[in-house]
Design a protein around this ligand. Structure first.
Ligand SMILES: Nc1ncnc2c1ncn2[C@@H]1O[C@H](COP(=O)(O)OP(=O)(O)OP(=O)(O)O)[C@@H](O)[C@H]1O
Length: 310
């Protein structure tokens, strides 16, 4: 395969469950070495897409090529070159940390000795060497997730699929997982992931798609998406009142867009400080004012009308 050819190529890809269409004709191309993200609210169709790419759920329509193979006809050959980290950890609680890796390695036909060596390397990579002989049960959520990632790497995969790799972890554990994903990317592994954490997606992903209702509503690099779908700056205003609506009404016409959230009003503007001066000139007195750069969260809110909450 030539280096520039997409590793994953979907055209008009569809997934139906009975009458319900979960993935509604999406086009996606993932290139070698990139970190590619699927963002979207719950039910957008991200996991259904990941499961088709992981060859565990056959497409209902459209075309899908992975590593230039057909996931239905060549599932085992593709899976041998994929690493999969599912949304819910499915580690074997009967086995030790190390055995979870060595036993899994045996499924790929890796010799016993090579499996032990690979397990030692991977435990080092995910910083679990000290827990190698512990059972899985007493591990923290972050440790279990790191072990699941290590297991996904046992066969030295070309593509690693990660479905919400940091969901449910505390900030410190999330940071550790995310830092390992950066390392993998540096090593040239192609990463395909879904996440609810916009800040993480913004830092890690080279390109992303935003999905909503089974369709792709935007795609590009984080920077392109922010430039296309948001303003340079955002002013966050919190008013000390039950409802922010009456205040938001008075801000109409200020800036390019006003979004009202339950606890604050977001004002999308090219220049935040200038906008704050205008708010003050209107005689409004917010309890709290924050000027910040636009991020993916703002793109997401604009495109889907929703914020992503944990
Ligand atoms: N096996 C199934 N049978 C019926 N409906 C399903 C099945 N799997 C998923 N769905 C439905 O398809 C839609 C898309 O689900 P999917 O899990 O792909 O979304 P998602 O974007 O990954 O959301 P989440 O962040 O909650 O995982 C949802 O409405 C879901 O209820």
């Amino acid at each position: 395969m030539t280096s520039g050819q997409p590793l994953i190529q979907a055209r008009g890809l569809v997934k139906r469950f009975g009458d319900f269409t979960a993935v509604d004709g999406i086009d996606v191309e993932v290139r070698p070495g990139e970190a590619f993200g699927f963002l979207g609210p719950n039910g957008a169709g991200k996991s259904s897409t990941m499961r088709m790419v992981g060859c565990i759920s056959p497409p209902s329509g459209g075309e899908l090529r992975i590593l230039d193979m057909d996931p239905v006809a060549d599932g085992p050959a593709i899976r041998a070159r994929l690493g999969v980290c599912p949304q819910l950890d499915n580690l074997d609680p009967e086995l030790t940390v190390r055995e979870n890796l060595t036993v899994y390695a045996r499924y790929f036909g890796i010799s016993r000795r090579a499996a032990r060596e690979r397990a030692a390397e991977l435990l080092d990579f995910v910083q679990l060497t000290e827990r190698a002989d512990s059972k899985v049960e007493p591990l923290s959520g972050g440790m279990k997730r790191r072990l699941t990632i290590a297991r996904a790497l046992v066969n030295d995969p070309e593509i690693v699929l990660l479905d919400e790799p940091t969901t449910g972890l505390d900030p410190q554990a999330r940071h550790l997982v995310w830092e390992r994903l950066f390392r993998l990317k540096q090593q040239g592994v192609t990463l395909v992931l879904t996440t609810h954490y916009m800040d993480e997606a913004e830092q890690l992903c080279d390109r992303l798609v935003v999905m909503d209702g089974g369709r792709i509503v935007a795609e590009g690099s984080p920077r392109e998406l922010i430039e296309q779908h948001s303003t340079r700056e955002v002013v966050e205003l919190r008013f000390a009142a039950e409802s922010q609506d009456p205040f938001a009404g008075k801000l109409d016409g200020l800036g390019e867009r006003v979004e009202v959230l339950p606890d604050r009003v977001l004002l999308y503007v090219p220049d935040g400080d200038a906008a704050v001066a205008e708010v003050t000139a209107l005689g409004l007195q917010p309890a709290n004012v924050l000027v910040r750069r636009s991020g993916l969260e703002d793109v997401f809110l604009h495109l889907t009308g929703r914020t992503l909450v944990d």
